[in-house]
Design a protein around this ligand. Sequence first.
Ligand code: ZN
Length: 147
Amino acid sequence: MGTLIESNAVKTCIGKLSHNADLLEELNAFCTAHNITHGWIHALGAVKKVRLAYYDQKKQVYRFFTLHRRLEITSLTGNVSLKDGKPMVHAHITLADRKGNAFGGHLAEGTIVFACEVCIQVFQGEALKRGFDKTTGLPLWEMRDER
Ligand code: ZN
């Protein structure tokens, strides 16, 4: 069985990202600047290009790819936790083209914002920390009962 902890949202931050910003870098910079270490992110908007990753579960490596297309962000969902003592945003994104075709994956640096509206729910309490998980090869959350 998985593990859940209780967290209470203490505030919600709403804003927009800069035109031509790197989407993931700006989310990370925003969390660092506002000392957000534990939270959940939602966003929508549009990008000029997108760089995504797909995790190859057998080889345990990320496969990165770039779409040089102007696309709508139909949904971005992600979270903020600590990795190596710093806030780290982990986000997945779904985008659509002019015909409604969808693309998606793990958001990587190299995605350029056309416009993006963001909402971050900030939680109180001890921040979740990421550590290497041998089973998946990923930096997953270390839950209290696993430490
Ligand atoms: Zn991911």
